[in-house]
Design a protein around this ligand. Structure first.
Ligand SMILES: [Ca+2]
Length: 239
């Protein structure tokens, strides 16, 4: 009984030091696995963002490897089978969205409002990124030949970039850290950007995104307590 008490209080203090339970994971449905994406049927002219995600610029597309609610593993037919054969980074669904120099410039985007952030707390924002840079979808803002990057805004203020991919049609992990401002309404927006290093200048890009997470980074105090917890655990094992 006494042992359980020690473990319990150590775990509780760790959570407090890390900024409280609600600060652990801000993004909901960051892997796009739940919720209806295309309630009225598949259309490239409708946003495919399942709740609580909301499209804020044009129409991001949902891919669903099962084909149940989104563009299947064959890709989007109208986009010359964009992301054909691409399995999700996590689970079976992911989002695809475009940055294009066509039509006067397009930067597709989506957002969600999360649980409140803790002022001054450091957070890690991470995601999987991929790019279909095979020059597809000429009538729809293409050819998309770049590997673009993603700007992340908090309450409309830039907080970081998820940098461009280094290979075609390959999921790569991207992340950055930021400090929560003194006050925030916790609106995270993700905006597709052109490939900044295209051979002929910034290049139109079609970007896949999955497994978006925003987690509180434990401070030194929390790390010390993790050490204490490890000590307690190892003592238990010895006994
Ligand atoms: Ca997913």
């Amino acid at each position: 009984m006494a042992r359980i008490g020690i473990m319990g209080s150590a775990a509780l203090v760790m959570v407090i030091a890390a900024g409280g339970g609600s600060a652990g994971a801000q993004i909901v449905n960051g892997s796009f696995e739940t919720g209806v994406a295309y309630g009225s049927g598949l259309s490239i002219f409708s946003p495919g963002t399942p709740a609580p995600w909301v499209a804020t610029s044009f129409t991001p597309d949902l891919y669903d490897n099962t084909g149940a609610d989104g563009w299947g593993i064959g890709g989007i037919p109208q986009y010359d089978n964009m992301f054909k054969g691409m399995a999700a980074c996590q689970g079976h669904r992911f989002i695809g969205f475009a940055a294009s120099t066509a039509f006067g410039g397009i930067n597709e985007a989506f957002e969600q409002t999360t649980a409140p952030l803790i002022p001054g707390q450091q957070y890690l924002l991470s995601a999987c990124l991929a790019a279909d840079d095979l020059g597809k979808a000429v009538p729809y803002g293409g050819p998309y030949a770049g590997r673009g990057e993603v700007s992340v805004l908090l309450d409309g203020n830039f907080i970081g970039t998820l940098t461009q991919n280094t290979a075609s049609l390959t999921w790569e992990s991207r992340s950055f850290t930021f400090i929560a401002p003194p006050s925030s309404t916790a609106v995270f927006e993700f905006i597709a950007q052109l490939d900044p290093s295209g051979p002929g200048g910034p290049a139109s890009s079609y970007i896949g995104m999955d497994d978006i997470a925003c987690t509180a980074v434990p401070g030194p105090g929390a790390l010390a307590l993790l050490g204490v917890a490890g000590f307690v655990t190892s003592r238990r094992r010895v006994r």
